[in-house]
Design a protein around this ligand. Structure first.
Ligand code: PHE
Length: 362
């Protein structure tokens, strides 16, 4: 009997130690400890033994079962630990290796130009202000000196919503970034120096107009501000943006309800291989609307127009992008054609800085 138990134990423990996977362990467990198992069969022999025999054999058989049970559990744990180690090793990511592929996406020229503009104006002390694209007619028109009957409202081809807001104001998609002038003055007070880039909407669509386009607004409110500040600011901005010194501006009297006097700004261009290139003064292109902020607008935004003056300007971001980077169809900007994007898009790592250049090419 003794030899039998010893032998069975040695055999089982050796095989458990050699088991390669959980399935092998389970097979040995059933073979030894299952209902028909070899160890179970030994336990069953205890019942037929004399008391003396049982006293002698019982502890050995129980010890065998205990040893096999523990060996099975130990081996199982070791195998699971090894499997986990292998998985962790396989899933390791070496962050010091180069990226497997070139990043596929690119920065859209509009986003790039917006970053360039923010960089240029930040250097002149302008903060970035924002406002909602779904606007009410008070901010978009009334506070900008365009009361309900004002003819300029009709010129904006406005998209209106069917319902008014809680204050009874008509709701619309903003037709320009100028309502952000009002919001910035109301929220921040004076003195103030902000730009407001963003999307605007007009019901208009052809080769040079899309129903959604981008503008950037500029607003300075302070004491003793005059047209000279406006001209210097625009000249400094356009020189930095186009990255050339030979920028020539021409200011023409104009009309906007929210500025008085109003000034339209042309930039001189030179013809190079039949294409207009900004710089010089062979011809003129209109690039900006601007003027001194109308005192009615300053008052509507809660400031005293006798104490505060300022200037404002607005321009199309899409147009600025086309002029600088040589795209000639506005509609292509919003088609989402990956060939266009990979040609005109910018690297995500090419962040505009004044020291490094604001627009280091595609
Ligand atoms: N909001 C005007 C437009 O959309 C541009 C502008 C802004 C003009 C600020 C003057 C001052 O045409």
């Amino acid at each position: 009997m003794m030899d039998n138990i010893q032998e069975l134990g040695d055999d089982l423990l050796a095989r458990i130690a050699a088991a390669a996977d959980p399935a092998a362990i389970e097979a040995i467990r059933v073979e030894a400890l299952g209902k028909q198992g070899s160890v179970s069969a030994l336990l069953k022999t205890l019942g037929a033994m004399s008391p003396e025999q049982r006293q002698a054999e019982g502890p050995k058989i129980h010890a065998l079962r205990e040893a096999v049970t523990q060996a099975l559990a130990g081996r199982k744990e070791a195998l699971e630990g090894a499997a986990l180690e292998a998985r962790l090793a396989a899933e390791t990511v070496d962050l010091s290796l180069p990226a497997p592929e070139m990043p596929r996406g690119s920065v859209h020229p509009i986003a790039q130009v917006m970053d360039e503009l923010a960089e240029i104006f930040a250097d002149m002390g302008f903060a970035v202000a924002t406002g909602p694209e779904i606007e009410d007619d008070w901010h978009n028109f009334t506070a900008l000196n365009m009361p309900e009957s004002h003819p300029a409202r009709a010129m904006h081809d406005t998209f209106y919503f069917p319902d008014r807001n809680a204050l009874g104001r008509e709701m619309l998609l903003r037709t320009h970034t100028s309502p952000v002038q009002i919001r910035a003055m109301l929220e921040r007070g004076a003195p103030l120096r902000v730009i407001a880039p963003g999307r605007v909407y007009r019901s208009d669509s052809d080769a040079t107009h899309t129903p959604m386009f981008h503008q950037i607004e500029g607003l300075v409110i302070d004491k003793d501000i005059h047209l000279g500040h406006l001209k210097w600011t625009l000249e400094t901005f356009l020189k930095a943006y186009f990255e050339r010194e030979d920028i020539v501006l021409r200011l023409r009297p104009s009309y906007f309800p929210f500025t008085e006097p109003s000034v339209e700004v042309d930039v001189g261009y030179t013809l190079v291989n039949g294409k207009r290139v900004v710089g010089g003064a062979e011809g003129w292109m209109e690039v900006l609307g601007s003027g001194m902020v109308n005192r009615h607008v300053i008052a509507a935004a809660g400031l005293d127009p006798d104490a505060w003056q300022g200037f404002a300007f607005g321009t199309g971001v899409d147009r600025l992008a086309m002029l600088k980077y040589g795209m000639d169809d506005l509609r292509a900007f919003f088609d989402g054609d990956v060939r266009w994007l990979s040609h005109y898009g910018f690297s995500a790592l090419d962040v505009p800085t004044l020291s490094g250049g604001v627009g280091t090419s595609a």
